[in-house]
Design a protein around this ligand. Structure first.
Ligand code: TYM
Length: 331
């Protein structure tokens, strides 16, 4: 039997190269070997979008799902849906909250980091943020997925999901498979600042759907070797994130770029132009497909409606089983 994949992304709008190289590329490739379920996790987005800004969630979902489909996620073979459209996940989240010790949640490194980033304290932070990995676990196990393709930043969450599953299975009998993370060869893509993970909130990102001109302008802003002050100074590719990105987009010219950078035969400006040209060339088909899909009115709505209907069938079956096992069934 084919394994089952579940993965999700927060709807923060158009995706960037980090999302693509760290996860989306894998999502597309895995479709030939697994039954795949991909979700726009809008409830998770509420951990840092509150009040009026929630108006942005719907358009953000549309932009993100367009990226998925243009990159090759195939809604005829995979289930593509919006998290909140299958309400069973919220019930499972409440149930799993009862079997998850607070200590496990407070120790998750991403929790502490997020509290810091949001300028909150453990006193002021929402209960939902503490439970973020419990909701993530609910996403995965509601569909009894065994494999979860993600970037490296999500690994602590998957580890916690495995612990929650073990505890649930111990208490109520073997119900869920222990999910395994699956990272790509590029588990962390650094941003244009050259030191932090590429991320929209840090504004160090390159969106897949940028125009050619936007891509060139954006790559020009990237940090390179800070000790390369003059065009005639030799560069140090090993500490330059433009060189790292060249590995993904100019893999056939890597040796040449290394040699020409370290001998000052090319400067940072030319190096960046080569990278931007190659990104533009490699994403040309994606961008064209994205434009075509965006012009098809009602298409996204239809994909997400069909996806939710298919996801709901699996979710209802799992939830009935869970409620039965916990003696909460209405029958
Ligand atoms: P999110 O929306 O932050 O990111 C989506 C995916 O992109 C990967 N990613 C990166 N990979 C490498 N380098 C980067 N710079 C980079 N930036 C983002 C992330 O690792 C992720 O795979 N909590 C999840 C969403 C989620 C989920 C789930 C994932 C909710 N429920 C269930 C898997 C299973 C998140 O916030 O991802």
């Amino acid at each position: 039997m084919r394994g089952r994949i579940f993965s999700g992304m927060r709807p923060s709008g158009r995706l960037h190269l980090g999302n693509y190289l760290g996860a989306l590329q894998n999502w597309v490739d895995l479709q030939s070997d697994y039954e795949c379920i991909y979700s726009a996790v809008d409830v998770h987005a509420l951990t840092d979008m509150q009040g009026d800004v929630t108006k942005e969630i719907k358009p953000n979902i549309n932009e993100m799902v367009l990226d998925w489909l243009a990159a090759g996620v195939d809604p005829d073979s995979s289930i593509v849906f919006v998290q909140s459209h299958v309400r069973e996940v919220m019930i499972l989240h409440s149930i799993l909250s009862m079997v998850t010790p607070m200590g496990w949640l407070m120790r998750v490194p991403t929790f502490k980091e997020k509290v810091r980033q949001m300028h909150e304290t453990e006193e002021t932070v929402s209960y939902g943020l503490v439970g973020y990995p419990v909701l993530m676990t609910s996403d995965i196990i509601l569909y009894k997925a065994d494999t979860v393709p993600v970037g490296e930043d999500q690994l602590p969450h998957i580890e916690l999901a495995r612990e929650i599953v073990r505890r649930f299975n111990n208490l109520y009998g073997e119900t869920f498979p222990e999910p395994q993370a699956k990272v790509t060869n590029n588990p962390v893509i650094l941003g244009l600042d050259g030191k932090n993970k590429m991320s929209k909130s840090l504004q160090n990102h390159v969106e897949l759907a940028y125009s050619e001109e936007e891509t060139i302008a954006r790559i020009r802003t990237a940090f390179t070797d800070p000790e390369r002050l003059k065009r005639s100074d030799p560069g140090r590719p090993e500490i330059c994130n433009i060189y790292t990105l060249q590995k993904y987009f100019n893999s056939d010219k890597l040796d040449e770029i290394y040699r020409r950078c370290t001998s000052a035969d090319i400067g940072c400006v030319e190096d960046k132009q080569m990278l931007a040209d190659s990104i533009n060339e490699k994403l040309a088909d994606f961008r064209e497909r994205r434009r075509e899909l965006a012009d098809r009115t009602d298409y996204l709505e239809q994909v997400l409606g069909d996806g939710a209907a298919k996801a709901r069938l699996i979710a209802q079956e799992t939830l009935s089983e869970v409620l039965d096992r916990m003696n909460l069934s209405v029958r």
